[in-house]
Ligand binder design. Structure first.
Ligand SMILES: [Zn+2]
Length: 101
């Protein structure tokens, strides 16, 4: 007996969510879609040099965090190498662990 009103509440709630949750296929187009290519694959770099600060700086944020793959566009293999290179680079203080300014 007590369940009945609760049920009706739920159904109306889910209805409201459904209308909100309708995803448009053009969602991605809202931001400019940049072609993501792994630059190391393109350049055919044999390995990523941990002393190459210029390159490594490209893959960290201002706060010193490593850029995620979905943003940098690296392939899995090279992203892993970047991570290792950056860790080494930080260790010898070529790149900060966190926060630049
Ligand atoms: Zn790659």
């Amino acid at each position: 007996m007590a369940e009945y009103p609760a049920r009706s509440e739920r159904s109306s709630d889910s209805r409201g969510r459904d209308s909100r949750d309708s995803r448009s296929p053009d969602r991605k187009r809202r931001f400019q879609v940049r072609k993501k290519v792994c630059r190391f694959c393109v350049d055919k770099t044999p390995f990523i040099d941990y002393k190459d600060v210029k390159t490594l700086r490209f893959f960290i944020t201002e706060r010193g965090k490593i850029l995620p793959r979905r943003i940098s566009g690296n392939c899995a293999r090279h992203q892993r190498e970047i991570t290792v290179a950056l860790q080494r680079c930080r260790n010898i203080a070529l790149v900060p662990f966190s926060g630049e300014k």
